[in-house]
Design a protein around this ligand. Structure first.
Ligand code: GLY
Length: 372
């Protein structure tokens, strides 16, 4: 067995390791058991992931004498709501848990977010471990302690910062992902290059075809680099009072698109973020910060791999720039009425701005709406 790479997210007494490698789920007990306060866990998964990965996980735990019980939620973003949270927490309590019981989130971003939030509020906080099985969850949502659910008012508006005790990112799990899911997660990988690592963006340009074909080395490297970048940013600004907002590159635009389309299969989160990042660079170009050549390079890369760069196939004549802006103004990142945008002076030169003129945002959106 190849040893995983180990990263540490440094948050004082809440620090934890992020292990990236192959065969981690089948060997999970080796990494989990030193963290348990009692030989018992409750695994939360969904009906897509559980048929493939629950048994390898429970076999490993059984062999180490760790008792496990599983709760399986319906797969999909629709599960990230109060009703499912109520069901989940009731089932967890129904299993007769104690403060020392640990939850294990086995699944993609939805399972990680709702399980983390359930851990944060059950018995005023119990331990949880992330075993992310989607690329998006491995490179972004499982790391950094953002947990929560959606409401009719918007995405992730109810939640808590609550850190896991361990993240086990098993790149074998990515081999069973549909290509569309892999590609959507890949948008969050490229994001780290666009934020502050132009060499990593160049690596993405050269290695995306292998990565998207499931090459284990390319996937392992991309997950490791992404988690390293995220761990560095989160350890410096856990509660997003400053630089953590950089991780929201493309999200102000992207969340507005998701709110307009409706959460579900029509537009996956990563796809929305891909379009949102192109829009963020277009906006940066409009206000004279970034060359059109840089925007063109990003568009060319996204088009080469098959990521959406426009609203083609999404928007219809009922869409308007004003409506998209009104979605932006409901985002939780609005502060004293001002909307945060991540702008860029070029690839790898992103920064947070709250001084963007909404007239420029409106023109950027209108141009995108004209172009589809
Ligand atoms: N996904 C952005 C963050 O964790 O801050």
């Amino acid at each position: 067995m190849t040893e995983p790479t180990t990263l540490s997210l440094d948050l004082g007494e809440r620090s934890y390791d992020i292990l990236v490698g192959k065969d981690l789920i089948r060997a999970a007990a080796r990494y989990i058991s030193p963290l348990l306060h009692q030989p018992r866990v409750i695994i939360v998964s969904d009906n897509n992931v559980a048929p493939v990965w629950l048994e390898p996980l429970t076999d490993s735990l059984d062999q180490a004498g760790i008792k496990s019980q599983a709760i399986i939620l319906p797969a999909g973003e629709q599960s990230k709501n109060f009703t499912q949270l109520d069901t989940l927490v009731s089932e967890i309590l129904g299993l007769g848990i104690e403060r020392k019981t640990t939850l294990v989130a086995l699944g993609g971003g939805v399972i990680g977010d709702i399980t983390g939030f359930a851990a944060a509020i059950t018995l005023r906080g119990i331990d949880f471990i992330q075993i992310p099985t989607s690329l998006l969850a491995q490179v972004d949502s499982s790391v950094g302690g953002k947990t929560g659910i959606n409401t009719a008012h918007g995405k992730n508006l109810i939640g808590a910062f609550y850190q896991p005790r361990l993240v086990l990112a098993d790149t074998d799990a990515l081999g069973t992902l549909p290509r569309r899911q892999l590609l959507a997660g890949y948008a969050e990988v490229v994001k780290y290059g666009l934020i502050d690592d132009p060499d990593f963006f160049a690596w993405c340009e050269n290695n995306a075809p292998a990565l998207l074909d499931g090459d284990p080395d390319a996937l392992g490297f991309a997950v490791h680099k992404s988690c390293q970048a995220k761990a560095r940013i989160v350890s410096a600004d856990e509660r997003e009072t400053g630089q953590r907002a950089l991780l929201n590159l493309g999200h102000t635009f992207g969340h507005a698109l998701e709110a307009e389309v409706g959460y579900g299969d029509k537009l996956l989160h990563g796809e929305a973020i891909g379009i949102g990042m192109v829009m963020a660079f277009e906006l940066s170009n409009r206000i004279g910060l970034c060359d059109q050549g840089e925007v063109g390079r990003i568009r060319a890369h996204f088009e080469a791999v098959g990521l959406k760069t426009s609203l083609d196939g999404l928007a219809d004549s009922s869409w308007s720039a004003d409506q998209l802006i009104s979605h932006m103004s409901k985002d939780k990142k609005v502060d004293a009425g001002s909307i945060a945008f991540i702008l860029a002076r070029g690839i790898g030169k992103s920064f947070v701005s709250r001084e963007v003129s909404m007239a420029d945002v409106k023109v950027t959106l209108e141009r995108a709406l004209d172009r589809f």
